[in-house]
Write a protein of this length. Structure first.
Length: 372
């Protein structure tokens, strides 16, 4: 019974089937997602903030390992999707959740092949220069975290990023309590000082303006997993800013199977640390996938972790093209494959359950989170 319940939970299907037609447009599926609601909240001791920020994730479990792992039980899924909330004053709470099924189905995602390295031969990344690009959508949705990672604007006051940028699986990282989010903005021409402006070697006199984070949500699947085979699946976090950023943001969406992505490709922009001060854009093919992860050959370096992985597809209801974030770039992953180290670039997929959780964190109302 537990296995059947889990299967229903994990396989929430799209209502629309991708048509086969010479005039077919890659179209966003219409998902009916489950409902995830807080059940109880417990105050925890204040964290120590003694972990070193890591820009790479190490995991002993690769694609074959993930695909052969048994489905978690219903109680395990509830535990993984429960979460900790860290507040700016250092207080910490743990929230247990309930999961309610109003529809069911499956996306049947499968994949093939493996990636090889962080940079695959010719470096295919593009540094984005010029304020006409940097300050316009979609590049303007990419922001920099004070811990060294990247995040993406997903609402008026919310930023989606990787959990390992905040928490190493055992403890919150140094700087997490005073976490800030940096926005690229033009330098003031008159030389006047702006609030929270720091120096940067950006072209066209661009600088970062910083906004403090009010609170941070991290799923327990990451904290308890400690970045191992399960933890990797939950390497995401949501930051709530102390004030609105007033920029256009990118919506989140449930990740379709790789075969339904336009050209089988994904896109993301981040602040790779080998190009300091530059926003770096890239796109590449998805090479393999599990239910929770995308394996790809996007060239990337530490610092890009937490970037929102997005695609552009046709929104039938609105009769227009729309970009949505379907995953979070976790980073460069070393895996022990039968005693031989092998590396991958990995992104965490936004599944129906994760969509329901993140959407509730943003909106605080499950009624606004029923369509993925």
């Amino acid at each position: 019974m537990a296995g059947l319940s889990t299967l229903i939970l994990l396989l929430c299907a799209a209502k629309d089937v991708m048509p086969s037609s010479p005039h077919w447009k890659p179209t966003w599926p219409s998902y009916r997602v489950p409902v995830i609601l807080p059940q109880s909240t417990l105050n925890l001791d204040k964290p120590q903030f003694d972990a070193e920020a890591r820009l790479e994730v190490v995991s002993p479990c690769g694609p074959a390992c993930h695909k052969s792992s048994p489905l978690p039980t219903y109680e395990e899924v509830k535990n993984y999707l429960s979460y900790e909330t860290l507040y700016a004053n250092g207080s910490l709470t743990e929230t247990e959740v309930g999961i309610y099924i109003l529809s069911n189905g499956g996306d049947g995602s499968q994949g093939k092949s493996r990636t090889k390295r962080q940079i695959y031969g010719y470096d295919s990344r593009f540094s984005i220069f010029g304020k006409d690009f940097l300050l316009n959508y979609p590049f303007s949705t990419s922001v920099k975290l004070s811990t060294g990672c990247t995040g993406t604007l997903v609402a008026e006051k919310h930023v989606l990023t990787a959990a390992h940028c905040i928490h190493d699986g055992k403890s919150y990282v140094k700087g997490a309590q005073k976490l800030r989010v940096g926005f690229l903005k033009p330098k003031l021409k008159d030389g006047s000082k702006g609030a929270n402006i720091t120096n940067s070697a950006m072209p066209e006199k661009m600088k970062f303006q910083w906004i403090r984070v009010k609170r941070t949500h991290v799923p327990k699947g990451w904290i308890k997993g400690n970045a191992n085979d399960i933890g990797m699946d939950y390497d995401y976090a949501l930051l709530e800013l102390k004030k609105p950023h007033k920029r256009k943001f990118m919506k989140i969406g449930v990740s379709p199977p790789a075969r339904h992505l336009p050209g089988g490709r994904i896109h993301f922009s981040g602040y790779d640390n080998d190009r300091p001060g530059n926003l770096v854009y890239r796109f590449c093919d998805v090479k393999d996938e599990t239910y929770d992860l995308l394996y790809q050959q996007c060239d990337a370096q530490p610092g890009a972790s937490g970037s929102g992985v997005y695609v552009r597809m046709w929104k039938r209801q609105n009769h227009k093209w729309e970009r949505k974030i379907i995953g979070i770039f976790s980073g460069h992953q070393w895996v022990d494959m039968n005693g031989t180290p092998q590396d991958f670039n990995v992104a965490v997929r936004i599944t129906p359950l994760k969509y329901a959780q993140i959407c509730y964190w943003i909106k605080g109302n499950y009624l606004d989170c029923r369509e993925g």
